[in-house]
Design a protein around this ligand. Structure first.
Ligand code: NAP
Length: 336
């Protein structure tokens, strides 16, 4: 496969007043980021972080113009690394892709070989992006709970932000592992979706939050996966049973945490932070193997919306407004 001389990309730019706008632009191949592996992107996916990058959030992206897209799956078209050859099917999630290196919302992407995961044989490029960073992160959260002693016979596990990308896949993976899952959501109309993914109980996100100073609340959950942070995570940590664990990965509801040490020293609660971006390559490949085999989730396809690059503006606004249900994948080129 030859390398095209130009490619289409969804580019975010900042003007002199700091206002960010995005547009579909044809770029020359010289604009690709540094790296050894050039990939023709078949699919990317839309994550909350992409929406932050596309709207000029300097905590995610420092330099503009920039191509967002923290996920990409496609076929290698050129490689200066002995690890990859043209024609290999690969995926990249996290590291610096789409943060300060140009990302997957483009027909071509170039990355260091050390970021590239060979596509496991039992998953398609499209399926890998239905998981994307959201699914990879959900899998890390579930692994962390299991590693810290969670078991189906020990009681309910809570998932917050349950209809979002990470939350919905976390619900499905926990259900697959045999857990009773309580899903916390702010949406009224999606209870059947959460039930189909495997949630046993659904609660309203506002009623979950207990806004008082009590250092501990009644033990309600053996563990939790929290994508929300802030007051939600404060309540969750105060509501975890003896020796329980919380995998915390998100901040859609706030980045502050006001707590006492009592959940940790009186109940032995474990707070495990999850960072999918820098997860090392060996264990990273093992998570992708699992997602392609025992944690494969064909049901996700029915909760996935496929869009084109030209629909990103609209869906970025929806994800920023917390209005997304399930996964949004971006079909970039026609491979699958
Ligand atoms: N640490 C990591 O490695 C890592 C990796 C991936 C994602 N993340 C983070 O995890 C979070 C979720 O990511 P995502 O891609 O799943 O996002 P997403 O698809 O937008 O889902 C977030 C969900 O949170 C809920 N929500 C939205 N606004 C809220 C608010 N103000 N208060 C409480 N809940 C709210 C909504 O679900 P309901 O309506 O069902 O409540 C929403 O669907 C983000 O903060 C993201 O940056 C971290």
């Amino acid at each position: 496969m030859s390398v095209p001389k130009s490619y289409k990309a969804y580019v975010a730019q900042k003007d002199e007043e700091g206002k960010t706008t995005c547009s579909l632009t044809t770029r020359s191949i010289e604009t690709l980021s540094q790296g050894e592996v050039t990939i023709k992107v078949a699919y990317s996916s839309l994550n909350y972080k992409d929406a932050l990058s596309a709207s000029g959030n300097v905590g995610v992206t420092k330099h503009y113009p920039h191509v967002p897209g923290i996920d990409a799956a496609g076929e290698v078209v050129a490689s200066d690394s002995s690890l990859f050859s043209p024609g290999d099917k690969v995926l990249v999630t996290g590291y610096d892709l789409g943060s300060n290196s140009d990302g997957g919302f483009a027909e071509l992407v170039r990355t260091p070989a050390s970021w590239v995961v060979p596509l496991p044989p039992s998953i398609t490029l499209k399926e890998s992006m239905i998981f994307g960073t959201a699914g990879f992160t959900a899998a890390l959260c579930v692994e962390s709970l299991l590693r810290n002693g969670a078991a189906p016979n020990k009681g309910e596990v809570l998932v917050t932000g349950a209809t979002g990308g990470v939350g919905s896949i976390a619900v499905a993976l926990l259900a697959k592992e045999g857990f009773s899952v309580t899903a916390s959501t702010g949406k009224q109309e999606v209870h059947s979706m959460l039930k189909n993914l495997g949630a046993t109980t659904i609660i309203n996100r506002d009623t979950l939050i207990v806004d008082n100073d009590a250092p501990l609340l009644k033990s309600r959950f053996q563990g939790a996966i929290d994508t929300v942070g802030g007051k939600t995570l404060e309540t969750v940590l105060r509501s975890i049973a003896l020796q329980g664990s919380v995998s915390a990965c998100g901040l859609v509801g706030g980045n502050e945490l006001h707590l006492t040490v009592f959940p940790f020293i009186l109940r032995g609660v474990n707070l495990q932070g999850i960072d999918s971006m820098h997860w090392p390559m060996g264990p990273r490949r093992e998570i992708w193997r699992k997602l392609s085999q025992e944690w494969k989730l064909p049901i996700l396809e029915s909760f996935t919306t496929t869009i084109g690059l030209e629909q990103l503006d609209e869906y970025i606004q929806l994800i920023l407004g917390g209005q997304i249900q399930g996964r949004i994948i971006v079909k970039v080129n026609s491979q699958s």
